[in-house]
Design a protein around this ligand. Structure first.
Ligand SMILES: Cc1cc2nc3c(=O)[nH]c(=O)nc-3n(C[C@H](O)[C@H](O)[C@H](O)COP(=O)(O)OP(=O)(O)OC[C@H]3O[C@@H](n4cnc5c(N)ncnc54)[C@H](O)[C@@H]3O)c2cc1C
Length: 384
């Protein structure tokens, strides 16, 4: 059994690593304008990424992309997560951020919504979370009621990333509240200039992201904007679920990798009480534990990705990868902060931002407790 990445993915990983080291890390403290990468910085980086072939990596070949499998994508995600220049919830500099659900649209929907996103002409956002429905989307209150050739959407969404720049939303709403997540939710393409759709307010997170609250007041959506069939909303929202969990795990892996690099470098220079930090057992143990836990998690993530690419069901393993990866990121960033002492707390260093980002991965796109309880339910079911 081979635990190494195939040669072509090792090369890809190296290319991305060099890109991150040369182009992103040197500018990471100045790359942002508020919560978004500066437009001039982004334009320059996108050109360089395209020249290296690092463009549309996750877009299927039939849509003009590189069509990388999940194992390829995780190697890229790990590397880009070594820098705070690449915000975890924004478009990367390797092409627009496209949820795979858009590739399942019917041909008319693709012409109107997918292709403009691929060409960089339209932006989109995903709107599922509500004040009473976060980890548990089945309890959602937003409804979509069919009236002839229209659905009428009423409800309220919160924590929606990039709603301010979106031209259209992928909205999940209940078409049958009694059924909830078991066939009662549907997903719609909703133009942001639809009458009755209003941005109510924004909030800023400790990571610096800005998230939006949206009100839907009798928003009329043509029936042709339903994605798939009525009742498929949960399945559609979860179509990216394994990749999404691995993405979050990789964000943790990348933070952990960078934290180990920074901690080892600093510990070899910093002298206290006449001795380098690197010579102190307390610091050595933090570094060796971090290294060991990073490697174990990396192997788990590669394993889930390879199995998924091979069509082998990996539900359990994807839960474990998300839990391990996100908790690893936070734990190792925390150790790195500790080893840096007061410097680790300064906003002029990347560590505090890495630490805050890593903390958020344990909550967003499925809190780790939910992963643990679904995992436990399956384990008990298997035991019976
Ligand atoms: C920065 C950011 C960006 C986001 N972007 C988007 C977006 O673009 N679109 C979108 O739709 N949503 C988005 N979200 C929402 C995000 O996915 C939710 O915050 C997340 O799903 C958790 O939901 P909640 O905050 O309502 O927490 P809740 O569902 O209220 O859960 C709170 C806590 O309760 C615990 N808990 C919940 N259920 C269980 C359980 N079964 N067992 C044990 N413990 C449990 C967990 O500790 C959890 O953290 C974003 C959130 C943030 C912070």
């Amino acid at each position: 059994m081979d635990f190494e990445l195939p040669e072509e993915l090792r090369l890809l990983k190296n290319t991305v690593r060099n890109f991150v080291d040369r182009e992103l890390i040197p500018i990471e403290m100045e790359a942002m304008d508020g919560h978004r990468m500066r437009a001039d910085v982004r334009a320059g980086l996108e050109k360089k990424a395209q020249a290296l072939g690092l463009w549309h990596l996750d877009v299927p070949v039939e849509y003009g992309g590189a069509g990388l499998g999940l194992l390829g994508l995780v190697t890229v995600w790990e590397e880009i997560s070594r820098t705070i220049a690449m915000p975890p919830r924004g478009p990367s500099v390797f092409g627009p951020d496209i949820r795979p659900i858009l590739f399942t649209l019917n041909p008319e929907q693709q012409q109107k919504y997918l292709y403009p996103v691929l060409r960089g002409e339209k932006n989109t956002a995903f709107a599922q979370t509500e004040p009473d429905a976060g980890a548990d989307p089945g309890s959602m209150r937003s409804t979509a009621v069919r009236q002839g050739d229209w659905y009428i959407i009423n409800g309220y969404k919160r924590f929606i990333t990039a709603a301010d720049t979106a031209d259209f939303l992928q909205v999940v709403a209940a078409t049958d509240r009694a059924k909830g997540s078991r066939g009662g939710l549907s997903m719609f393409l909703v133009d942001c200039d639809s009458p009755g759709l209003k941005i109510v307010r924004s909030s800023t997170t400790m990571m610096g992201d800005v998230v939006w609250e949206l009100a839907f007041d009798d928003v009329r959506v043509p029936v042709e904007n339903l994605i798939g069939n009525e009742g498929d909303g949960m399945r559609a929202a979860q179509s990216w679920i394994t990749a999404g969990r691995l993405y979050q795990a990789c964000r943790g892996l990348g933070v952990a990798q960078r934290s180990i690099e920074m901690a080892t470098s600093y510990a070899q220079q910093r002298v206290t009480f006449g001795q380098k930090l690197a010579d102190r057992q307390a610091v050595q143990f933090m570094v060796s534990d971090s290294y060991m836990e990073h490697r174990m998690t990396q192997l788990l993530v590669y394993n889930v990705a390879a199995r998924t690419d091979a069509g082998v069901a990996s539900r359990h393993e994807s839960f474990m990868a998300k839990i391990q990866g996100t908790e690893l990121g936070f734990r190792v960033a925390d150790r790195c902060m500790q080893i840096h002492g007061g410097l680790g707390l300064l906003n002029e260093m990347p560590i505090a931002k890495m630490w805050r980002d890593a903390r958020s991965f344990m909550i967003t796109e499925g809190p780790v407790e939910v992963m643990r309880s679904v995992l436990a339910r399956d384990i008990f079911r298997q035991a019976n």
